[in-house]
Design a protein around this ligand. Structure first.
Ligand code: CA
Length: 368
């Protein structure tokens, strides 16, 4: 009995072992990659900060945690305006900010956020995705060890907050104003003293009188930063940022080391945010504008036509100089951008602009 049991047991064990060897090997736990994303945004800043958090969450969720991204607000890991260096140098694997904060690296960085009297969000997307912009961007960032992706857009911005009205060009002279990018350089040429401050430092500077005014984004974002408490005149249109692209930067060697599916997840997460953020800004700006005007007594002002024309003229000169004086890559990017802008003028006039003008004609329509 004992022997038979033993034999039976041995046979059974043999069968079990043969069965086990024919089964697929147990899945080896996938390597989990932990990445850090540094940003220029104050923690939880609606629109920009929450957009960066959505990109990170989307990457973590789409990869089911294989690529897990932790977000750091401005100053937590690197200062607000050093996201570029932080990702380039490997302090973090990813960053979310605006390329035009880094004009010091190359004047061509401006084109991937916004330039004065440049392209709208639709036009920028068209250029980057279909007009050769992404390839030029890759070429620009390659020496810095970065990859850049569009990952959000604010839509048309407001010209900004002013303590005093701007009635003529003279009112710009001596004005201490916060405006980044090439828009700031244009105001400087018209006599303003321009500073670049990260979002979290604007309100105290405005309150202390260190600056007379500021631009930031538009009603939704600006309401949350409270500028209306200090400056009452809110000017439009945002000639300097007609559709600012936000960028997801990725350390190039870290990106190249990812398996193909995770690379595609990073691209897709950025692309998704490019749509979602623009939709959020468009959706929330109208009610935020009402709140600013009705509850906080903000006064809306249109930038006078002759001031806009002067800003436009100076912008055109600055763009020409950027092209003439730029290094090889800047020239290539500028030429490509200006060509797409020129083509867009013709098409947008008939499409978006043609339609929105037609919609303003007087006829009855349900209010909803
Ligand atoms: Ca802005």
């Amino acid at each position: 009995m004992k022997r038979r049991s033993f034999v039976k047991g041995a046979v059974a064990a043999g069968v079990a072992s043969a069965a086990a060897s024919s089964l697929p090997k147990p899945a080896i736990a996938q390597e989990r990659i932990e990445w850090r994303m540094v940003t220029s945004w104050p923690k939880g800043l609606p629109g920009l900060g929450t957009g960066a958090e959505r990109v990170a969450k989307r990457i973590s969720d789409m990869s089911d945690g294989r690529l897990n991204v932790k977000v750091f607000a401005a100053g937590e890991l690197v200062p607000a305006l050093q996201v570029f260096d932080g990702v380039s140098g490997g302090t973090a694997e990813m960053g979310h900010d605006a390329s035009y904060y880094h004009l010091g690296k190359s004047p061509a960085t401006a084109f991937f956020t916004a330039v004065p009297f440049g392209m709208t969000a639709n036009e920028l997307n068209a250029w980057v995705h279909w007009g050769g912009g992404q390839e030029l961007w890759d070429e620009l960032y390659e020496p810095f060890g970065l990859k850049g992706f569009l990952a959000g857009n604010t839509g048309v911005q407001m010209a900004g907050w002013f303590r005093k009205e701007i009635k003529s060009l003279d009112d710009l002279k001596g004005l201490k104003f916060r405006m980044p990018g090439l828009g700031g350089k244009v105001l400087e040429r018209l006599g303003a003293t321009v500073v670049l401050l990260p979002g979290g430092e604007i309100f105290p500077s405005l309150q202390s009188g260190a600056i007379d005014g500021t631009e930031w984004v538009g009603p939704y974002n600006d309401l949350s930063l409270g500028f209306y408490q200090v400056a009452k005149f809110y000017y439009w249109p945002g000639f300097h940022e007609p559709g600012s692209g936000l960028q997801l930067t990725v350390n190039r060697s870290k990106f190249e080391a990812l398996p193909n599916d995770l690379k595609e997840i990073v691209r897709a997460a950025a692309s998704a945010e490019n749509d979602v953020m623009l939709a959020e800004f468009n959706s929330r700006s109208a009610p935020a504008l009402q709140t600013l005007v009705r509850e906080h007594g903000v006064q809306l002002r249109q930038m006078p036509r002759d001031v806009l024309e002067a800003i436009g003229t100076e912008s055109g000169k600055l763009m020409q100089e950027t092209l003439d004086d730029g290094d090889e890559i800047t020239k290539k990017i500028a030429r490509s951008f200006f060509k797409t802008r020129r083509e867009a003028l013709a098409w947008t006039r008939l499409s978006d602009q043609g339609y929105t003008n037609a919609r303003l004609l007087k006829f009855p329509y349900p209010r909803g």
